[in-house]
Design a protein around this ligand. Structure first.
Ligand code: ADP
Ligand code: MG
Length: 276
């Protein structure tokens, strides 16, 4: 039943003329694994505009996370180019790379990977700001005198009560931990937030709550978002456009409201038909 795919809000028409924030141009990437070469990405191009949420869908192994890692400069493409804010990322090193990276933050499927088990969660949330003390995001300007007050403000933005500030990760539910990881992700007011399957390990009700919260945050802060998921229904509820990956190739790219159009790729139609 395709009717259960809920569509993301349309960007206002003029928003499509917004400048491009991040771009992959003809990116190829292979890995050597057990003696042979595995192609993760083959000639992938994409653009993320300012304030846009671009969704990437595809089955496991289709190259989604590799796109995220390449954008984050955690890996280099074998061929092609990555451009962020008009600057090519090729060959960026040291201080220039560090300065570039602060514009992009990532939220992973497993929130525990970004939270120290030995710290109360508010300290993990503040870590990015501790690393870049010169940055004072506008939404933290009132709280700037106190690190704890900043963490409290970030908690409020992701819908967490201040009573959780002093908890340790193991004292929180999966959904609460993911909210903490998102608070950490937005702490530096990045220009791009990469969410790699952030709701895949959560139950359906919690997934929906987190998606709603992320959507509100994106709108409020104007952050661009790359939202990766194997679930096209989740993607459709949050993304302005959807890019479909299959075996390392981009097979479709469309505005979310065009998800049912006749020109959709057979594979996109298959993914949509599987939504219950
Ligand atoms: P997805 O996120 O869509 O599940 P990935 O981007 O993680 O896919 O992986 C794409 C392909 O690249 C897969 O075949 C995967 O096994 C391979 N791959 C990814 N990272 C590595 C790595 N570090 N070493 C070897 N193969 C890798
Ligand atoms: Mg992945």
């Amino acid at each position: 039943m395709v009717s259960s795919v809920r569509l993301g809000e349309r960007l206002a028409v003029q928003d499509f003329s917004r400048p491009v924030l991040a771009e992959l141009r003809g990116v190829c990437k292979s890995y050597r694994h057990a003696g042979h070469l595995v192609t993760a990405l083959q000639d992938v191009s994409l653009q993320i505009r300012q304030g846009e949420c671009l969704g990437i869908v595809g089955e496991s192994g289709s190259g989604k996370s590799t796109i995220g890692r390449i954008l984050l400069c955690l890996e280099c493409p074998d061929e092609g180019e990555v451009v962020f804010g008009g600057t090519s990322l090729a060959g960026l090193k040291g201080k220039a790379l560090r300065q570039m990276r602060k514009n992009m933050q990532v939220v992973f499927q497993d929130p525990s990977s970004s939270l120290s088990p030995r710290l109360p969660v508010w300290r993990s949330v503040m870590e990015p700001l501790d690393n870049f003390p010169e940055i004072v995001p506008p939404f933290l300007s009132e709280a700037r005198g106190s690190r704890r007050a900043c963490a409290g403000q970030l908690f409020d933005m992701v819908g967490l009560s201040p009573e959780y500030l002093d908890r340790y990760p193991h004292e929180l539910s999966g959904g609460q931990k993911q909210r903490v990881a998102i608070a950490r992700g937005i702490a530096l007011n990045p220009r791009l937030l990469i969410c790699d399957e952030p709701t895949s390990s959560l139950d359906v009700t919690v997934q929906a709550e987190i998606l709603r919260m992320l959507k509100g945050l994106g709108r409020e802060l104007g952050i661009s978002c790359l939202f990766i998921s194997h679930d096209i229904a989740s993607l459709a509820s949050i993304s302005h456009r959807i890019l479909v990956m299959k075996k390392g190739r981009r097979v479709d790219l469309f505005e979310t409201e065009r998800i049912y159009d006749a020109e959709r790729h057979d594979y996109t139609r298959l993914l949509v038909s599987k939504v219950k």
